[in-house]
Design a protein around this ligand. Structure first.
Ligand code: PLP
Length: 454
């Protein structure tokens, strides 16, 4: 007998993505019924500040009527069409033009997918195809980074540098390698400055390239700020040291802007915040403020020229999805980009970001806090058992989960990534709402401290 409540039917029928099933059977779901602005409401009517914009994505918050209208208009006019084999539709063309117009470095063409994972999967194939087209079929390996997150399909999960996303699936696939994570707090050595550390990271990348053979390495992929790996902001000069290494060995640079794109770090793209000059860019999430699924891959003119000039010789790029450039998703994305421009979303992020960043840094002295890090409207607070030695809590305690649960009790949704608590609120959040978020988080920290010192 399943019962009628949403919670009991959820447990009876719903297989949740990326969820500990045993725990779920005990705790059950938090059923979210509606959203308004930066708040969501559960089925008992309790409200929460959505401190993670869902999954780093609802940048315009909840209830943005213009996006609803854009979807309805497009559904009435043309609910679906595809772009295989020379077919096209206006929303797809308009969105491609808009993205090329705003790209952080000159880009040439846009390929659409429905998710960030599919976008990064597409990139793997594009890179392979590109090097086949150039007549160098052995230059195929792709270097990603430990703790990087690029998705969960077989190829994108391989790029992801989190062991628990590989362990049970025989991943990564052959030809995908991982270099070091540029997290100074965790991996900086005694006496090393951040600058020394950044140089060491670039040297280690170069060592890996030389050990594998530069003629076998096609591309390097990185998020400007690592998100799901624990909100890891690289040292200021990290990418300045990494990029010349890539150039030296003719290695393409792929920027995964799935989280950082569209204002998150205080520039339209994370590539601008960290001075990246990528050859390929992937975007998703905030592209449509997550109101409908859509993602994109932007490629540079030289890559496109190689593809087009070689397509006769090696054949059509045999890749595309039914929903590549879905017209309703594209129309919603286009409206989202218009709203970002009209409301100067980047200016807004810059004006309120200090309230989040300085607010959270108030907890730097809290007995449980090892590091507070972040830029723009993305931040992470790493919980430690010992502030001096940086020793973590016993993983069995799952301390991050406790902090997130106490935050939820105080009406704040945040995300525990191991022992780091992530913050990535809707970009439209006000300074007063950020103060509220920080206060609620403080209460969650204190409740956690009371629990561990009990
Ligand atoms: N890349 C980054 C940086 C992400 O954060 C994510 C998702 O969180 C992805 C790729 C995968 O996107 P999706 O979940 O839409 O497949």
């Amino acid at each position: 007998n399943v019962g009628n409540s949403a919670a009991s039917r959820d447990k009876a029928f719903y297989l949740h993505p990326y969820t500990n099933l045993k725990t779920h059977e005990t705790v059950g779901p938090l059923v979210i019924e509606r959203g308004s602005g930066v708040h969501v409401f559960d089925d008992s009517g309790k409200s929460y500040i959505e401190g993670m914009a869902g999954l780093w994505c609802t940048s315009l918050g909840f209830g943005e009527e213009r996006l609803v209208e854009a979807a309805a208009r497009q559904m009435r006019k043309l609910p679906f069409y595809h772009s295989f084999g020379h077919k096209a539709h206006d929303p797809g063309i308009d969105l491609a033009e808009a993205l090329i117009g705003m790209a952080p470095v000159p880009m040439s063409k846009v390929f659409f997918t429905s998710s960030g994972s599919e976008a990064n999967d597409t990139v793997v194939k594009l890179v392979w195809y590109h090097n086949n087209a150039l007549g160098r079929p052995n230059k195929k390996k792709i270097i990603a980074r430990q703790k990087g997150y690029h998705g969960v399909t077989v190829a994108s999960a391989s790029l992801t540098g989190l062991p628990h996303l590989h362990r049970d699936f025989d991943l990564p696939i052959a030809g995908i390698l991982h270099t070091d994570c540029p997290h100074f707090y965790r991996y900086g050595e005694d006496g090393e400055t951040e600058e020394d550390f950044a140089i060491r990271m670039a040297n280690q990348l170069e060592q890996l390239i030389l050990a594998e053979g530069p003629d076998t390495i096609a591309a390097f992929i990185a998020e400007p700020v690592m998100g799901a790996g624990g909100v890891i902001v690289p040292p200021a000069s990290y990418f300045d040291h990494i990029q010349p290494v890539l150039k030296r060995y003719d290695i393409l640079f792929i920027a995964d802007e799935v989280i950082c794109g569209f204002g998150r770090t205080g520039s339209m793209f994370g590539s601008q915040t960290f001075n990246l000059k990528p050859d390929i860019i992937t975007v998703a999430k905030a592209l449509s403020s997550a109101y409908l699924p859509i993602a994109a891959v932007m490629i540079s003119e030289p890559i496109y020229q190689t593809m087009v000039s070689q397509s006769e010789k090696i054949g059509t790029f045999g890749h595309g999805y039914t929903y590549s450039g879905h017209p309703v998703s594209a129309a919603v994305a286009l409206e989202t980009l218009k709203i970002y421009q009209e409301r100067d979303i980047v200016g807004h992020v810059r004006s309120v970001a200090p309230t989040l960043q300085q607010g959270l840094r108030r907890f730097a002295d809290h007995p449980l806090v090892g590091e507070v890090r972040g830029v723009g409207l993305i931040a992470g607070v790493e919980i430690v058992a010992d502030k001096v030695t940086k020793a973590p809590f016993d993983p069995k305690l799952a301390i991050g989960g406790h902090v997130a649960r106490f935050a939820q009790d105080h009406g704040l949704i945040v995300r525990a990534m191991g022992d780091t608590i992530g913050f990535c609120p809707p970009l439209v959040i006000t300074a007063a709402e950020l103060d509220d978020l920080v206060d609620r988080f403080g209460k969650a920290l204190d409740a956690t401290l009371a629990m561990v010192t009990e």
